[in-house]
Design a binder for this molecule. Structure first.
Ligand SMILES: NC(=O)c1ccc[n+]([C@@H]2O[C@H](COP(=O)([O-])OP(=O)(O)OC[C@H]3O[C@@H](n4cnc5c(N)ncnc54)[C@H](O)[C@@H]3O)[C@@H](O)[C@H]2O)c1
Length: 440
């Protein structure tokens, strides 16, 4: 069974289904198609399927030109149903894994996808979970569901986890340049999955001893970032009280050639991975009667950051004897980090909601996010906003510019010169000569 699949992989004859064509799935489907495999992209969102089939990219990391060529060559075809799963030799799961309102993992997307796969499962198929999830999902959720078919893992079909490490907008480390770790249910599952990834990932592939080790690896990476960014966020609050410039301190610490890695303050750790996946681990840990205290603390500091930014807004306006009510505020950047259009978990949701609640007149500017809808528990109605178009003269119209995201390509010194007041949460304005600029 495995020799046949191995041959299909080696000869690029294996047909690959990628379920979920989002930030992870679409670039992955494109890379696999570029390597020479036939790819079926599957998504429940009809617009995404239509966009892919007409060669229109909606993901920044996928160039429209590349997508058009691949679609034209028929190496990638998208579908809005799961029928083609029976024809696929390899199936990749790239569906969302959010947290619910109580910060518990919501694996309903993985579960419904697994049920679809089970309907079509046949001998010789390789199923790989790429979505980030809590440790033991592959072994304790996906495996039993697939084995309900009567087929056995490692004998009839193969199952592995290969966590995605994509960094949207990163030009240096694109999908194919990032090493991958892979853990299968059996050694043969790991070997076959690793064999497959070596065909479209240029960086090294690291086989691990189990799918759980692979799941835990992803979470360790994200927890490392969440804890460290939260730590520097906490220190930035202290530095603010002491009148110390935290950015200067970080630059100074960076001069040590070993044993230090810089992390920078931000209005909130956001995006679809770092603020979420550590809580997957917390969930697993609770099942072992174990408390992950670093994660709780980091999460608490992180969630407080937008509140701290609001107190800064109130404090800065107070210096000019202004209340928040009626003040014209331009929020600069609503995506969670620079040069991308992803707004998931962005601090802008909390901060804009609070500014609206307090009566500020809000506009925002973001070259990557044309429309931004804020639905928030503290707001009665949702606020549907549209980015203003940028011009230096417009900046003067606002009482306060609140920089939440430091998108590249703007002259921030000029912005500081033209604005009445600026709160810069990202150190976008490097010089320290502007008396109207306040930092974290
Ligand atoms: N975005 C990132 O930077 C990133 C990085 C690493 C890992 N991840 C992980 O990858 C996974 C996917 O994240 P994403 O950012 O690509 O999400 P996304 O929301 O951008 O894309 C997921 C896609 O899956 C589709 N989908 C949902 N249920 C489906 C189903 N039953 N069948 C077919 N399609 C379905 C959705 O319509 C959507 O288009 C998550 O587990 C995430 O944590 C994301």
């Amino acid at each position: 069974m495995s020799a046949k699949l191995e041959n299909l992989i080696k000869n690029k004859k294996a047909k690959v289904a990628v379920i979920g064509l989002g930030y992870v799935g679409l670039p992955t489907a494109v890379e696999i198609a570029k390597a020479g495999y036939k790819v079926f992209g599957i998504d429940v969102k009809k617009q995404r399927v239509e966009a892919v089939n007409s060669g229109k990219s909606y993901i920044l990391d996928v160039s429209p030109k590349e997508l058009k060529e691949i679609v034209k060559s028929k190496k990638l075809i998208a579908f809005d149903n799961h029928q083609l799963l029976k024809k696929a030799d390899i199936i990749l799961i790239c569906v969302p894994t959010p947290l619910d309102d109580h910060k518990n993992p919501d694996i309903s997307y993985i579960l419904s996808t697994t049920k679809e796969i089970a309907k079509h499962l046949r001998r010789g198929q390789l199923v790989i979970l790429e979505s980030s999830t809590y440790p033991e999902t592959t072994k304790k959720v996906i495996l039993p569901e697939l084995e309900k078919t009567g087929l056995k893992t490692g004998k009839d079909f193969f199952l592995a986890h290969c966590p995605e490490r994509i960094d949207p907008g990163n030009e240096k480390y694109r999908l194919k340049d990032v090493p991958r770790v892979i853990g299968g249910i059996t050694k043969e599952c790991t070997r076959l999955a690793a064999e497959f990834y070596r065909n479209f990932i240029k960086a090294p592939i690291y086989p691990l001893s189990s799918s759980t080790a692979a799941e835990m690896t992803k979470i360790l990476e994200n927890t490392f970032r969440l804890v460290n960014i939260s730590m520097i966020n906490e220190l930035s609050l202290l530095a603010g009280r002491m009148g110390v410039d935290i950015w200067e301190v970080i630059e100074a610490a960076k001069t040590k050639p070993y044993g230090f890695m810089p992390f920078y303050p931000s209005p909130k750790v956001a995006g679809h991975c770092i603020p979420l996946t550590p809580f997957f681990l917390k969930y697993t840990a609770e099942g072992y009667n174990f408390w992950t205290r670093f994660i709780d603390l980091a999460g608490e500091i992180n969630e407080q950051m937008p509140h701290y930014i609001m107190t800064k807004v109130i404090w800065v306006l107070n210096l000019k004897a202004k209340p928040v009510r009626g003040t014209k505020v331009l929020v600069w950047g609503v995506s969670y980090k620079k040069d991308i259009g992803d707004t998931r978990e962005s601090a802008a949701f909390d901060i804009i909601a609070d500014l609206i609640r307090k009566g500020a007149k809000i506009d925002y500017f973001d070259p990557f996010v044309e429309k931004f809808t804020v639905e928030h528990r503290i707001l009665k109605n949702k606020a549907a906003l549209k980015s203003i178009s940028y011009s230096a003269s417009k900046i003067k119209e606002y009482d306060l510019i609140l920089i939440l995201t430091d998108h590249s390509g703007f002259d921030y010194e000029k912005l500081a010169r033209g604005a009445k007041l600026v709160i810069d949460t990202r150190n976008a304005i490097k010089s320290r000569k502007h008396k109207n600029v306040f930092r974290l």
